[in-house]
Design a protein around this ligand. Structure first.
Ligand code: UT7
Length: 325
């Protein structure tokens, strides 16, 4: 069986910054509340003409360059997103056109903030199964487009961005394990009610604000800590290592209190956990690959290191993966 390796990584975020101080002028909140309850200081917000595929395109170009790979060599594109350009066709197909990826298939996965890890799991299986060689795995979001900027319990949390990886068949080990989970009983604790076949967009749905993201934050928080811990431990077990062998944990960037609770449960020192939450907020599917790109480019993650990715999101969904970088 072939091994599967990361050959390149890239990310992209809009230039416009929305800071906690900006929010103080918009809603009843404070920089102090946001920083102490979440760890977020600012987030990036896309211009009105920018969609998820546009940010994904920039991230993919960088990932291809990092992998020294031509787009003709890519045989598939999988995009994790909850803010697709359109309900259909897939954002992956729009991205395929932008990239000129003529030899690729393309599809989206909808797995909330676990989207990148779900896409990675599928891509790994396709490569190990022998049907594909080089895949683009992407997490891309323009969450600002589904935010209710009058709802202080959600709008301060989320930001826009994209991350992409080239993963390929290899003679040497890379992805050591990958595991996923979900519990659909919680589907309506983090969701966007309208715009699908259950509640089509209508004057009433707009009036109710059902086209915005809605979340029961406290419930999500509790389940996130449990699932991030258990899936990380399962991926570590499947990789045949112990937690003390981990060089870096790159968790989903949603709330520093969640990240810290998971860190303590895994008994990892602070320097072994990567976070850029303060500058991006929660970018859902994009959070792990953006953090991975920054960890690599800043030298926090080096060749040969063992890194654990873990994520949790709407559905609920969760996933974790152990990679020798
Ligand atoms: O990506 C995966 C999914 N997302 C997550 O993982 C997010 C998970 N949840 C969380 O991160 C946290 O639950 C939040 C950050 C969303 C909320 O933090 P919390 O400590 O759970 O706050 P809370 O919801 O219990 O609210 C505490 C108080 C409330 O006031 P009262 O009822 O005690 O008077 C809120 O109304 O804080 C109030 N509050 C705010 N105050 C100032 C809520 N949002 C704000 C705000 N500014 N932005």
């Amino acid at each position: 069986m072939s091994f599967v390796k990361f050959l390149g990584i890239g990310s992209s975020a809009p230039e416009k910054v929305l800071s906690n101080l900006d929010f103080e002028k918009m809603i009843d909140t404070s920089d102090e509340w946001i920083r102490t309850r979440t760890g977020i200081s600012e987030r990036r917000i896309a211009e009105s003409n920018i969609a998820s595929s546009d940010l994904a395109y920039e991230a993919c170009v960088k990932a291809l360059e990092d992998a020294s790979m031509d787009i003709e060599d890519i045989d598939g594109i999988i995009v994790g997103t909850i803010t697709p350009d359109h309900i259909f066709p897939s954002t992956a197909c729009v991205l395929q056109s932008q990239l000129g990826a003529k030899n690729a298939f393309a599809f989206d996965v909808s797995a909330g903030c676990s989207g990148f890890l779900y896409a990675l799991h599928v891509a790994k299986g396709m490569i190990q199964g022998g049907t594909n060689k080089n895949l683009l795995v992407v997490g891309a979001e323009v969450l600002s487009k589904i935010m209710n900027y009058d709802d202080r319990t959600t709008c301060i949390l989320f930001g826009d961005g994209a991350g992409a990886a080239v993963i390929s068949a290899s003679d040497t080990p890379g992805i050591m394990s990958s595991c996923l989970g979900s519990n659909g009983d919680y589907w309506d604790l983090l969701w966007m009610p309208a715009g699908g076949s259950r509640i089509p967009t209508s004057e009433e749905s707009l009036k109710n604000g059902d086209h915005f993201l809605k979340m029961e934050g406290r419930e999500v928080f509790k389940e996130a800590v449990k699932a991030l811990e258990s899936s990380s431990l399962e991926a570590i077990r499947q990789a045949g290592i112990t937690p003390d062998e981990i060089d870096l944990l790159i968790p989903h960037q949603a709330n520093y209190r969640i990240i810290d609770a998971v860190r303590r449960r895994l008994e990892l020192p602070e320097e072994k956990v990567f976070s850029n939450l303060d500058r991006y907020g929660n970018t859902s599917s994009a959070s792990v690959p953006i953090a991975l790109d920054e960890a690599v480019k800043s030298g926090r993650l080096k060749k040969g290191d063992i890194v654990v990715f873990s994520a949790f999101g709407a559905g609920f969904t969760w996933g974790a993966s152990v990679v020798r970088w």
